[in-house]
Structures are given as C-alpha cells and as structure tokens.
Unconditional design. Structure first.
Length: 117
C-alpha cells in the first residue's frame, strides 16, 4: 500500500495550491479519503474527507469556504484545492485512506505547506 502526496510548497498569503495524493495497493474506489494536517506543536486535525460511491464531502469549518476535496477513482488520486491561503494553514498535510467496511487505515508521508510572505 502506498499513498504519495505532492504539490506542497511555499506560497504567499492569499495564494493557492493543489495537493495530490496518488494511491496504490488497495481498492481505492471503496475507501473514504481524507486530508489531515499537523502544525508544529499542535495535534493532527482533519481538514476534509470524501466518501466513496457518490463522493459525499465534509470539511473543517476553518477551511470550508476555501478548500475543496475531490477524487478521481480512475487515476486513484485524491486532491485538495486550497485557495485564499492563510499563514495559519501552514502545516504538514497528510493523506489518509480508510475502509469503512474493514476498518483499515493507511497514511501518506506528508507534504509541507508553508504560507508566508
């Protein structure tokens, strides 16, 4: 099983980034996919999730109007479009896959997002 995140980097406040998470080694289409983040000295927190079979989404209140999660089951990839970025969005962003039926959970290695002028 592999989850490989990409797309992180340094961006100015108000800018945008698109994170990608490429999956392999499991039945991607049947898993709930999520993005989490962890800032220095803070606990890891859920940013957004997208379910399988219809793609119902949810997002944290702090990002709901700025971030959009989506998935491509053919490419086995989940995306996080981040707009209007703020310094408080600075964190390592992690991709997570969870099977709602079997309880399996997989994590990616994380990608750094830094919002700074």
């Amino acid at each position: 099983v592999q989850l490989v995140e990409s797309g992180g980097g340094l961006v100015q406040p108000g800018g945008s980034l698109r994170l990608s998470c490429a999956a392999s080694g499991f039945t991607f289409s049947s898993y709930t996919m999520s993005w989490y983040r962890q800032a220095p000295g803070k606990e890891r927190e859920l940013v957004a999730s997208i379910r399988s079979a219809g793609g119902t989404t949810n997002a944290a209140d702090s990002v709901k109007d700025r971030f959009t999660i989506s998935r491509d089951d053919v490419k086995k990839t989940v995306y996080l479009q981040m707009n209007s970025l703020k310094p408080e969005d600075t964190a390592v962003y992690y991709c997570r896959a969870m099977s709602p039926y079997l309880g399996y959970i997989y994590w990616g290695q994380g990608t750094q997002v830094t919002v700074s002028s």
